[in-house]
Structure formats: C-alpha cells, structure tokens
Design a protein around this ligand. Structure first.
Ligand code: DGJ
Length: 728
C-alpha cells in the first residue's frame, strides 16, 4: 500500500495490492482525474492524458492554449463559473454575491493513518492500516481553501474521500454545495444501481443503464430516508454477483444527501456524492471551517458480491465504534407487535419470562411506557414512567426483568416532541418550525430542533438519567418522521440553510456523548424501520431495525437489497405473528425463522399466546441460531438467487476459515411440474470435505459449488430450507 508522488509529472498514484487511483496536477494548477480501478503499475509518472483538441463552445480559461477547457477535462473536484458546464462538486457565493469558484492546487501532504472528521462519523484505522493524501486547493480571489482527503486502506479495495473547507480570506463566503467527492469516468457504458423503496419496502434494488443527462438519487427529508439509501454503484452492464467491474459509493451521513450522475456530450460520466445541496447554504466567516461527510468508495472487478463483502468487512471492522463491535448480540423479544400501547408491567414480565424459557436473552420494552402515551397522539418529550401501566416504576421493572436473567432494553424517540405533551407546553419553540406558519405534523408529532445547544443538552440529560437510574443494557432509538418547515428560531436569516446539517451534527453530538458515557449499552437505531439505515448511524449504533415490515416474504427483498452494502450483523430481523401486521400474509413459523436467521434474530409476538408446538419450534430456532450466529455475524455473505430476478431467493454465510457455512433457500409460491432446483454454494474450500448437518450427507466443496444441493420437491407455498455445513 502506498501513495507515490511523481514530482516532475505532478502525478499521484494511490495503490494497494488490488486497486489504483491516479490523479495529476495539470495546467494552471487544476487537478485532473486519470484513473480508478484495478491495480496498475506506472513507469515513472507516465500516463497518457486523454485531452481533446479545441472544442467549439467550450471556453478556454488559458488564453495561450485554446485547446484547454475545463469543459472536457476529467476532474477531481469540479467547480462552476469558468469553463465547465457540467454539474459542479462545489458551489459558493462570495461577498460580492458572485457565484464563480475556481480552484487550483497549492500543496499536498501524505501521511500514515487517517485523521478524525470533526463532528462527523467516519471510518477509522491505525497508522499501519491506511495511508492518506491531502491535496489543498485555493480560490485566488476569495482565498477559500479546499482540502481534498483520500485514504487508501491496506487490506480493502476501498478509498475514502472527504473535503475540508477553510475561509482563508477576509470576507464571508457562502458554501452552497459541498460534495464529499466527485469522479469523472472516461466512459458511460454503465448501469446505475441503487437502493430505493418506501416505508415497509426499504432498499429494493434498482439497476438500469445510464442515460445521457443527469440522474439524482437523493433525500430531501432531513434523514437518509426509506426512499433512497445513501449508496449508488456504477456497474458494468455485463457484471453480475461474481464477475465484472463495479464501483460503489456509500456516504457516511444520516441527513439529506445526493448522489448525482451526469453523462455529458462526450459520453463521459461524472459522479458526485455528498450533502444534498437543495436549500443548503453555510456561511464561512474568515477563518471558519466546514467538514464534509465521508464517502466510502469500493472497487471490485469480481462483481457485486465482492463489493458487498468489502463494505461488510470495512464497516464491521472500521466503522462501528461501539463496544458491541465484536460482542455477541442477544436474541431478543420485543413487545411492540405483541401489545402495542396496551400493556401492564405484569404482562411484560409474562412475555419476558416466556422468552427466557425459550432461550431468549434480551427483553425490549417498546413504545408506550411514558407520559400518557396510550396511542401515538401524545407524550413524546414526557420521558417519565406511566405509573398506570408500570406502578412499580422503571427501576423496579428493569430489576425484575434482569433478575429473570434477561437483559432489559427500552424504546425511546428522543428527537421528537408531541404537541400534546408537557414538554411542548414548556418549550413551544423547541421544535423545528417557521414562524407564523403551521407546524406540519407527521404521526401527530414534531421534530425537536437539534441544532440548538439547549435541546441537545436536554436530550443528553434525560437519556443519561434514564440510563443511570435503571438497569438498561439496550436502547432502541426510534425516529418516526421526516423534517418539514426546516428552520430554527435561533438561526439568523442568512444561516437558515444550515438547519438540516446542523440537525445532523446535533444528533451526532448527542450520540457521541451518550454512547461514550454508556458504552455498556447496545444501541439499536430505528426510523419507522429502515428510514435512517445508513453508515453514519452505524458508527454509533451497531445494529438497526431493518424494516417495520417483518413479513418473511417481503423481508427476502428487503434483506437481500440491504446486503448490497450492510452485513447481516447490522440488520434486526424479527419473527412476528401471523397474519402479518403489515401485509396480512401467513407464512409458517419455519419460514419466518429461516429468513430471520440471516440477521440479528429477535421475536416480536405475544409468546404467552402461542401453542406448545410453536413454542417448541421457537425454542429450537433460538437454539440453532445461537449455534450458528457467529457465522452470520463474522462470515462472508453470498447472494445466490435474487428475489428481484426470480420467484425464489437464496443466500449464505461462510465462515472466514471456510470451516462452517449456512445457506437459506426460500420459495414463497410453489409451481406445478417445476424444474428440479439445485442450489450452488459459493465461497467454500473446493478441495475440502463437508458434511450437511440436516441430511448427514458428505460432499466435496467443489461438488457443492458446481453441482449444488438438490432442493426437495416443494409441496405448498412458503417453502424454506436451511442447510448447515461443517468441514470434516
Ligand atoms: C416504529 C418502529 O419501527 C416500530 O418498531 C415501533 O418501535 C414503533 N415505531 C413504536 O412507535
């Protein structure tokens, strides 16, 4: 792993065993992008620049060279206003109100390791694990300094990029767009792949060939959103799970983001990712600074599967900072779909006891334990226990549950305020709103203004108290609406466009404080299921509720799509009741369990009401999962059959040493006279002998991968099979 600077050619080559990234300072200090992809070697700094002859209607910033135009120069961090008409990575307004930005390189720095990003979550490493290049550019008129940071990881096909801004001039500058990265690819023959959806159907895969013009994958909701995940990939049209070129871009950010792709007149592709510039502005007074979020770029020339495995490993090892990073995650029972708001402590204890008897390890008390919260129209902000439901108080209840030998977890939604709450009566100006406009409600609640220090302090204080006074080892941190009327009573008018990002910074500050101080607590992130399922949140909270839709059939697409970027370890996967509460479907308990095994297993149904056969099945499921969960947590995940392309689904996890593996095969609907299915394993040791636990049959790894296991003939709908392999 190295970063080589060829001084004569002013060329930088970042490379490790697998990938190369090449950039060069060209005429007048502009920074050109030359190459990103499979590892190459260079003789000295020689690299043929693909520059065009003079192009009609492309202006030339250098009067002595009429062929030179930024309009067709592949660039690293393009601006707007001189000669490039494509979408810029950076937009500013200077003190005269002008929009031109023009950046030239002034110096660079190379060092081992990686700096922390002030106020923002980001990947981390030791000095031996990565090397960083920082290139500083400046606008000569405004003296805005822009530091582009590139960290190349040693053992991963990954480069992280972020940008730091300093107003080194003497007048204020407004940042209107501050992308975290931009790359100009020399061709446009790619598919754009991204994860789209909505509530209850998060992170479905969409893949289509690039179009000429601009496409944007984005959120304007103040959160990363159910609708679009902060991830895009450029995929060569012939690439699939196991072969071909793939470029992934994942933004470590939990607010409104944008991934933009522009195919220009020359059929080259510009890809930009960062904070959504929509209604964003940020004033930098002299000497003020601004830090962009980090974008994690992964390159694979062996298809989508390797890209995903790189993200899984990198995020498990270098993003999650929780002490739970390498700890076993408990099998839990959550009371939400068992009781909703209608419970007493007696009922909760019964559920917890039943869970304990079935081998579960953690009880989680969901919404409804505080204030007058008997439905969702009140009490967010009134974080004191409801004595009608829990007369003994939270400390006593948490003790009773922990005395059973279960962990005690609690649901909170700290970022919210119900207009019908004591908190709202005391602090009506604490929510995000625009003066003299109605405050739009969603789920009958408003959003607290996390850009304010007093609001941040209030949340830290009440959460700290809750965690200190009760025996809580698990927090489910929910967030159930997007932001509207995005303004803050405390921000002056020229800074109103800062609210969205300040909200995210406020949230990160709160999470920093709480997760540091209460590091024994396992935090689960949630936003109406997977509405804020992003790397920013995983930095603080090592797992998330994947979707409110717990139907086993729907979960196939949700978990399959989610696995493009995020490992099963991050995905909360609960077995819930039937008919399912979201789609009213009734897959058997076996299929519900078999799907949930490929995530963080939990149960979310009334265990006191199930029959003995179901109890026995659940007991066996929990026992089986405990035996294989280390493979799911730490192993390599393989997508084998896509539910987006077929009417079945299959995936597997293989331990890093290839000694153990688990495979799930699912077929929701049976077909008459169907083909006999053989499911082919991936990632095994071809020469090793394996035994299939379920049939006790022995096979060579190569047989399992090339011939495959026969799926027994399906009889009836909602079929699922789990196969467990052990090397012998
Ligand atoms: C939305 C979450 O996704 C659910 O799991 C549950 O916690 C409810 N909120 C509670 O209001």
């Amino acid at each position: 792993m190295a970063i080589t600077y060829f001084e004569k050619e002013q060329l930088f080559h970042l490379y490790n065993q697998h990938i190369s990234y090449v950039l060069k300072i060209v005429k007048n200090g502009y920074l050109a992008h030359l190459y990103y992809g499979k590892r190459i070697d260079l003789i000295e700094g020689d690299f043929d620049l693909a520059l065009r002859e003079r192009v009609a209607f492309s202006p030339t910033p250098d009067i002595n060279d009429l062929t030179f135009s930024l309009d067709h120069l592949p660039q690293e961090y393009p601006c707007f206003g001189t000669s490039d008409f494509r979408t810029p990575a950076l937009e500013t307004t200077d003190s005269a109100g002008d929009y031109v930005t023009d950046l030239q390189v002034i110096h660079h720095d190379i060092f081992n390791g990686k700096k922390k990003l002030k106020g923002l979550p980001a990947t981390y490493c030791t000095e031996d694990e990565a090397v960083t290049l920082e290139i500083t550019l400046e606008d000569t008129l405004t003296q805005l300094r822009v530091v582009l940071s590139y960290t190349l990881f040693n053992n991963y096909n990954a480069i992280t990029r972020s940008v730091y801004f300093l107003n080194n001039g003497s007048s204020p500058i407004t940042l209107r767009k501050t992308a975290s990265m931009s790359i100009d690819f020399p061709e446009a023959n790619y598919d754009l792949l991204h994860l789209y959806g909505g509530w209850g159907k998060e992170r479905h895969i969409d893949r289509k060939n690039l179009i000429c013009g601009i496409q944007s994958i984005e959120s304007k909701r103040g959160v990363s959103s159910h609708q679009h995940n902060p991830f895009i990939a450029l995929v060569h049209p012939s690439s699939n799970e196991n072969s071909g070129k793939v470029y992934g871009f994942s933004l470590v950010y939990s607010g409104s983001f944008q991934g933009l792709i522009e195919v220009d007149q020359f059929e080259t592709t510009r890809l930009i990712m960062g904070i959504n510039p929509f209604q964003f502005n940020w004033t930098l007074n002299p000497q003020d600074t601004f830090q962009s979020p980090e974008c994690v770029m992964v390159f694979s020339d062996t298809g989508l599967g390797s890209m995903s495995q790189t993200y899984h490993d990198l995020y498990r090892n270098h993003l999650v900072k929780s002490t739970y990073k390498n700890k076993v995650r408990p099998v839990l029972i959550n009371n939400w779909e068992a009781t909703y708001f209608d419970f007493t402590s007696k009922k909760l204890i019964e559920i917890a006891k039943a869970g304990k008897e079935l081998g579960m390890e953690q009880f989680v008390l969901d919404d409804g334990w505080f204030g007058q919260r008997n439905n969702d129209d009140s009490s967010l902000g009134d974080w004191f226990v409801n004595k009608d439901k829990i007369p003994e108080g939270m400390a006593a209840l948490s003790k009773k549950i922990t005395d059973l030998g279960m962990g005690f977890g609690l649901w909170v939604e700290p970022e919210m305020i119900s207009p019908n709450s004591t908190l709202y009566k005391t602090h009506p100006d604490w929510c995000i709103h625009v003066q003299n406009r109605p405050r739009t409600q969603a789920r009958q609640q408003c959003v607290l203004d996390l850009s304010r220090q007093d609001v941040q302090d209030y949340i830290i204080e009440f959460m700290d108290r809750l965690l200190s006074e009760n025996k809580i080892n698990y927090i489910k941190w929910d967030m159930n609406r997007p932001l509207t009327e995005m303004s803050s009573a405390l921000l002056p008018k020229e800074r109103k466009g800062e609210l969205q990002h300040r909200y995210v910074l406020g949230l990160y500050h709160i999470l920093d404080e709480l997760t540091e101080k209460h590091s024994h607590v396992l935090f689960e992130s949630c936003s109406g299921g997977g509405g804020r399922f992003d790397p920013g949140m995983f930095y603080y909270m090592p797992q998330a509720w994947t979707s409110d839709d717990s139907d086993a059939v729907e979960r196939l697409k949700i978990q399959y799509g989610t696995s493009l970027v995020y490992p099963p370890l991050f995905m909360g996967a609960h077995v819930s009741d039937v008919p399912n509460h979201q789609v009213f479907r009734s897959p058997p308990i076996k299929m519900r369990g078999d799907v949930s095994f490929f995530g963080n297993l939990g149960y979310e149904l009334d265990l006191t009401k199930i029959n003995e056969t179901e109890k026995e099945t659940i007991k066996n499921q929990v026992c089986y999962y405990k035996a294989i969960r280390h493979i799911i947590y730490e192993g390599d995940f393989y997508r084998i059959i896509s539910p987006f392309e077929t009417d079945a689904c299959s995936w597997s996890a293989v331990s890093k040493d290839k000694n153990h593996a688990v495979l799930g095969y699912y077929q929701p609907l049976v077909k008459p006279n169907a083909q006999i299915i053989r499911v082919q394993w991936q990632g095994l040791d071809p020469k090793a002998n394996y035994r299939v636990k379920e049939s006790q049959k022995k096979y060579k790894g190569s047989y399992l991968m090339e011939v495959g296991l026969i799926i027994p003939e399906l009889k009836g709908d909602y079929n699922s099979y789990i196969f467990t392999l052990e090397k012998i």
